[in-house]
Design a protein around this ligand. Structure first.
Ligand code: CP
Length: 317
């Protein structure tokens, strides 16, 4: 049983109370200031990183974060693991746990798998989602909110537009939850009809197909990658048409608030979701998002490690 206020597993931002969410952002900000701690809070822990879907940013930043905190890191090469011989995922995790791994970082395209595997773990192990199908990407949500908070500390009046493939995006779902935790209510979801969420899934958001009116006066615009891997062929838009209607260009962004920022979780498809001038321009905070990812993952790993240590102490008391 995880003691109240502790975070043993982080599967979705829905798991976090507002105080825990803000404490993680504060902790990440602290790591940005101080860098590597002198005594690693993960010294002696083994962290196992298991990615069933491709990744550059999330996988590498978790790896850097774990090493900076003093952990020993195991990156399971899933293409060469015994999973290829039919081993069940829960057995793979319990095998790694038997070797001493106690924190698991998991990316999967299978909805529900993080919760299922977390449910099979022993009490001295925790699991952090590094992206679950189209449903949750909690550390991306945290790093996006940290980036917004750094640029726009007065968050409650912010107007935020999320543009593109919202329906298939775990980034968008975690962002909407994070924006709400930050008290932001003007959330606009803009994209082609087939890319908007189902009716009722994100109540309280404005949803529309017109980019110009959707981003008018926005302080933050978050462009999303088109998730072709989650679509049937017939659903895929033609790239040139999409860019013409929803691709971000400096000309289209003239409608934003004067000091607006432009975000993208990466990887970027240049010339489809946004052009070079926007991606590399003065409003872009895309590199800052990536940098913040390391600090956020240090904060999450530390919190989970502290929760495991706390429940271990409680169990022995
Ligand atoms: N934003 C994100 O999750 O990027 P990766 O797929 O490269 O990890």
């Amino acid at each position: 049983m995880t003691p109240p206020g502790q975070v043993r597993h982080l599967l979705s931002l829905d798991d976090l109370e507002p105080a825990q969410f803000h404490a993680l952002l504060d902790s990440a900000e602290q790591f940005l200031k101080t860098g590597r701690p002198l005594v690693g809070p993960l010294q002696g822990r083994i962290v196992a990183s298991i990615f069933f879907e491709p990744s550059t940013r999330t996988r590498v930043s978790f790896e850097i974060a774990a090493r900076r905190l003093g952990a020993d890191l195991v990156n399971l090469d899933v293409m060469c693991s015994s999973r290829k011989k039919g081993e069940a995922d829960r057995d793979t995790l319990s095998t790694l746990a038997a070797m001493g791994a106690s924190i698991f970082i998991l990316r999967t395209g299978v909805a529900g798998l993080p919760a299922e595997l977390a449910g099979h773990l022993a009490p001295d192990c925790g699991l952090i989602s590094a992206g679950e199908a189209e449903f949750a990407h909690p550390t991306q949500g945290l790093l996006d909110m940290l980036t917004i908070r750094q640029h726009k500390p007065d968050t409650d009046k912010l107007r935020v537009a999320i543009v593109g493939d919202i329906a298939h995006s775990r980034v968008a779902r975690s962002a909407v939850r994070g924006l709400r935790l930050m008290g932001i209510s003007d959330i606009r979801l803009i994209g082609p009809e087939s890319f908007l969420p189902d009716d009722g899934e994100m109540p309280g958001t404005f949803q529309g197909n017109d980019l110009a009116s959707g981003i008018d006066g926005a302080d933050v615009v978050m462009a999303l990658r088109i998730q072709r891997e989650r679509m049937k062929l017939a659903e895929m838009p033609e790239s040139a048409d999409y860019f013409q209607r929803f691709g971000l260009t400096e000309k289209k962004l003239a409608a934003l608030a004067p000091d607006a920022i432009v975000m993208h979780p990466g990887p970027i498809n240049r010339g489809i979701e946004l052009d070079d001038e926007v991606a590399d321009g003065p409003r872009s905070v895309i590199r800052e998002q990536v940098r913040n990812g390391v600090a956020v993952r240090m904060a999450v790993l530390t919190t989970v490690a502290n929760s495991l240590a706390e429940s271990d102490r409680a169990g022995r008391a």
